[in-house]
Write a protein that binds this ligand. Structure first.
Ligand code: FAD
Ligand code: NAD
Length: 470
C-alpha cells in the first residue's frame, strides 16, 4: 500500500494528524493496535471529564439548602462508570465515521518499521510505503518497581476505566501528580474515604502560580482532602484489601488502591533503531523543534515525546507536523501556545509563560487580576472562588501568559489561546461580552492590568504604543 502519510497510533495526536492531513489533501493511513481513540478517549480526558461533571453536580449539593433545593444527592460510582462508557462509545463512533468520511484508511494492528520507507502492520502483514510517517504511540501507566497491579485491589488509572471501580469505601491513592489530584476529588465526592499518599507536595506545581496552589489546597481541604506527605514503600494485597508501608514506616490499610504514579512513553516493538529514531534516557523519542525524529520524513508527537503528557499538547503538535510535512521546516513547536487544565476541587487552567519564565526570557512582566467573587454570574452559581490572572509585557503591552481558576476554567482559557499575540489584550478590551458571564472577568482583568501598569495606550488604542499592540 502506498500513501502520502502513515500515522501510527489513534490517540488525540494521531487522530488529529490524520484528520488534518486528509483535510489538506494527503492520502492517509492510520494504524491502531488496541482501542481506537487511545488513552484520552478511552482511559483519560474524555471519561475522566464525564466523571468530573458528575462529581461537580454532587458537590453542588453543598449549596442546596440556601438555594431552596430540598433533598440530598448520593453518588453511584458503578452507574457513573456505565455513563462514561456510553459517552466514550458514542465519541469513538463519531471519530471513526469522520475518518471514513474523510477517506482515511484505518488499519488495526501493530505497526513496526522495516526500513525508512516501509512499515509492516502485524499480524496481517500489510506492507505500507508511506512518503512520511508520524509516530503517535502515546504512553502507558508506570508501575514502580516492587509494586504489582491486581484487578479489583491495586489499580492504575487504565484499569479504573476498563472495569467498574471496586465497591470498597476505603481507597488509598498513591501519587502527587495530576491523576492523584483529580481522582482524589472525584472519588471523595462519590463518597469514598480517601487516604492520599504523595511523595512530593501536589500543591507545588511550578506551572501554576502560588495563589492558584493556595486556592487549590483550600478547595481540597473543604471537601476533606489533605495528602499525607510520604511515599509508598511497599503495597501488598491482603484477603480483605490492601496494606501499604509508607516511607516513614507507617502501615495503612484500605479496601483498594489507585496507583497514580506516572506514565511512560510507549515505543516497544516499533524497531525504531532500524530507521535511526533515538530515545532519551527516559524512553521518549528525541525530536527536533519541527518534531522530526529521523531524516525529513519520520516525525513523532504526543506522549511518546518528552513534554507535558496532555492531549492538548498532542493535538497541537499534530498541527505543527502536518504543516511541516506540507512545507518542510516551516513551523517550530512553541509549547507556550498549548493550554493546560486540571480538574479537581477547583478547576485550573493556564497558557503561555509564567512570570518567572517571562523574566528568564528577558521580558518585564506585570500582572492584572480579576476575581470571580464579585462576578454576578459566579455569585449566582454559588461558585465565586477563583480568578482570571493575566501577565503582560510592560515594555510593549503584549500578552505573555494567563491563568484562570474556578468553574469552567478549562473552557474560559480559550479567551487567551485564540489570539496569544501582541494585540490580545486590546482585543479582549474591545470585545463585546454577554452579561452576566464569567468571561467578562477577562475584560476586568485587562482593565485592572492597564490601570495598574499604565498600559492604557496599548490596551485601549490611544496614546503611546497604540500602533505596536494592534
Ligand atoms: C486519567 C487521565 C486523565 C487525563 N486527562 C487529561 C485531560 O483532562 N486533558 C489533557 O489534555 N490530557 C489528559 N490526559 C492525558 C492524555 O490522555 C494523553 O496526554 C493523550 O492521550 C496522549 O495522546 P497521544 O496521541 O500521544 O497518545 P495515546 O492517547 O496514548 O494514544 C496512542 C495510541 O497508539 C497506539 N499504539 C502504540 N503503539 C502502536 C503500534 N506500534 N502500532 C499501532 N498502534 C500503536 C496505542 O494503542 C494508543 O491507542 C489524561 C490522562 C490520564 C491517564
Ligand atoms: N488534566 C490533565 O491534563 C491530565 C490529567 C491526568 C493526567 N495527565 C497526565 O498524565 C500523566 C500521568 O499523570 P500522573 O499523575 O500519574 O503522573 P505524574 O508523573 O504527574 O505524577 C506521578 C506521581 O507519583 C509519585 N510517586 C511515584 N512513586 C511513588 C511512590 N512509591 N509513593 C508515592 N508517590 C509516588 C511521584 O512522586 C509523582 O508525584 C502526567 O504527565 C499528566 O500530566 C494530565
Amino acid at each position: 500500500m502506498e500513501c502520502d502519510l502513515l500515522v501510527i497510533g489513534s490517540g488525540p495526536g494521531g487522530y488529529r494528524a490524520a484528520v488534518l492531513a486528509a483535510l489538506r489533501g494527503l492520502s492517509t493511513i492510520i494504524v491502531e493496535k488496541a482501542t481506537w481513540g487511545g488513552c484520552c478517549l478511552n482511559r483519560g480526558c474524555v471519561p475522566k471529564k464525564d466523571w468530573y461533571h458528575t462529581a461537580r453536580v454532587l458537590d453542588s449539593a453543598r449549596h442546596f439548602e440556601k438555594r431552596g433545593i430540598v433533598g440530598s444527592l448520593r453518588g453511584d460510582l458503578a452507574q457513573a462508570w456505565r455513563h462514561q462508557r456510553e459517552v466514550v462509545v458514542a465519541v469513538r463512533d463519531s471519530y471513526q465515521s469522520y475518518l471514513k468520511r474523510l477517506g482515511v484508511t484505518a488499519l488495526t494492528g501493530h505497526a513496526r518499521f522495516q526500513d525508512q520507507n516501509t512499515v509492516i502492520v502485524e499480524p496481517g502483514g500489510d506492507t505500507i510505503s508511506p512518503r512520511a510517517v508520524i509516530i503517535a504511540t502515546g504512553s502507558a501507566p508506570h508501575v514502580p518497581e516492587g509494586f504489582a497491579v491486581t484487578p479489583g485491589r491495586v489499580l492504575h488509572s487504565d484499569l479504573l476505566f476498563d472495569e467498574p471501580a471496586p465497591e470498597g469505601a476505603r481507597v488509598l491513592i498513591v501519587g502527587g501528580g495530576v491523576v492523584a489530584l483529580e481522582f482524589a476529588y472525584i472519588l471523595r465526592t462519590f463518597g469514598r474515604e480517601v487516604t492520599w499518599l504523595a511523595r512530593q507536595d501536589p500543591f507545588a506545581r511550578p506551572e501554576f502560580s502560588t495563589p492558584a496552589m493556595k486556592l487549590l489546597r483550600t478547595a481540597m481541604a473543604d471537601v476533606g482532602l489533605a495528602p499525607i506527605r510520604a511515599g509508598a514503600r511497599t503495597l501488598t494485597t491482603t484477603e480483605t484489601g490492601v496494606s501499604v508501608t509508607t516511607t516513614g514506616g507507617e502501615i495503612m490499610t484500605a479496601d483498594w488502591a489507585l496507583l497514580a504514579t506516572g506514565r511512560r512513553p510507549v515505543t516497544e516493538g516499533l524497531d525504531l533503531a532500524r530507521v535511526g529514531v533515538r530515545l532519551d534516557a527516559r524512553g521518549h523519542i528525541v525530536v527536533d523543534d519541527k518534531m522530526r525524529a529521523a531524516g525529513t520524513t519520520i516525525y513523532a508527537i504526543g506522549d511518546c515525546v518528552a513534554g507535558p503528557m496532555t492531549a492538548n499538547r498532542a493535538l497541537y503538535e499534530a498541527g505543527v507536523v502536518i504543516d511541516n510535512i506540507l512545507a518542510p521546516g516551516s513551523r517550530r513547536r512553541d509549547l507556550t501556545r498549548v493550554p493546560e487544565a486540571v480538574y479537581s476541587a477547583i478547576e485550573l487552567a493556564r497558557v503561555g509563560l509564567t512570570e518567572e519564565q517571562a523574566e528568564d526570557e528577558g521580558h518585564e512582566p506585570g500582572v492584572g487580576f480579576a476575581a470571580f467573587e464579585t462576578s454576578p454570574r459566579a455569585l449566582g452559581q454559588d461558585e465565586p472562588e477563583g480568578y482570571v490572572r493575566l501577565i503582560a509585557d510592560l515594555d510593549n503591552g503584549a500578552f505573555l501568559g494567563g491563568e484562570v481558576l474556578g468553574a469552567e476554567a478549562g473552557e474560559l482559557i480559550h479567551m487567551l489561546t485564540a489570539s496569544p499575540s501582541l494585540g490580545a489584550l486590546r482585543r479582549i478590551a474591545g470585545t463585546g461580552f454577554n452579561h452576566p458571564s464569567r468571561s467578562e472577568e477577562f475584560q476586568n482583568a485587562v482593565e485592572t492590568l492597564a490601570a495598574k501598569w499604565r498600559l492604557q495606550g496599548y490596551v485601549f488604542g490611544a496614546g503611546d504604543g497604540a500602533q505596536d499592540a494592534s
